[in-house]
Design a protein around this ligand. Structure first.
Ligand code: MG
Length: 223
């Protein structure tokens, strides 16, 4: 199998061009370790609001508001106040927080892949554009989330991928750089920013391809 065949990057295969075996593995969270569906939150919030579920979802998922929340520029209460003003939601903050955050489920083969890497003694990191409502929910409900060496979260770093600032924060926390780092993410612009720093990257399209690429690198025995 050639490097190009291993790469999951469709436009510009870049994943495994280094001969160095990486010493840490960095995981994006959404669509890599957990899947999510904002329409679940849209339906539940809309049931107590003045907008359609689709309009609520659009507002939650694509508005500039989310960017501000996930770069740590507003608190949970400020975020709630803006959602309430825009949608007419008339439930409590606690109801909103539950509706907003309970939209995730584990991707089992990726949870197993992470556990296998930890079993090999390889340090792993979470590297996510996210907010503290989502992370609080995931921490309380998904035991796998406790088992990482470190966490670089956009709302704490005050920068979102693909901004270089958040990549620098990961390198500083881990004490690693360049090809010492293997990074998995489902978004091309994010893996491209990692590759530009010399990180080894895998653009995740499905768990099976990611597993095969990690075995090829030599971090896990061939299955
Ligand atoms: Mg993602």
């Amino acid at each position: 199998m050639t490097n190009d065949e291993l790469s999951t990057h469709e436009l510009e295969p870049i994943s495994i061009r280094h001969s160095m075996t990486p010493s840490i593995v960095v995981f994006d969270l959404g669509k890599v370790l957990v899947d999510f569906d904002y329409s679940i939150a849209g339906r539940r919030i809309a049931a107590q609001a003045n907008l359609s579920a689709a309009d609520v979802q659009q507002f939650l998922d694509h508005s500039p508001l989310l960017y501000r929340f996930e770069t740590g520029l507003m608190t949970q209460q400020e975020f709630f106040a803006e959602v309430r003003a825009h949608t007419g939601f008339h439930g409590s903050f606690e109801e909103f927080a539950g509706f907003y955050a309970d939209i995730f489920w584990e991707i089992p083969p990726m949870i197993e892949l992470h556990a296998a890497l930890r079993h090999q003694g390889i340090p792993t990191y979470i590297f996510s554009n996210t907010n503290d409502l989502a992370i609080g929910h995931i921490r309380r409900n998904f035991p796998f989330f406790a088992n990482f060496h470190g966490y670089i979260l956009s709302y704490e770093v005050k920068a979102m991928k693909p901004n270089a600032k958040i990549y620098e924060a990961l390198e500083k926390m881990a004490g690693k750089r360049g090809a010492e780092i293997l990074y998995l993410d489902d978004r091309p612009e994010n893996v491209d920013a990692g590759a530009a720093r010399g990180w080894q990257v895998i653009l995740q399209t499905n768990p099976e391809k990611t597993r095969a690429a990690i075995e090829k690198i030599g971090l896990l025995p061939a299955s």
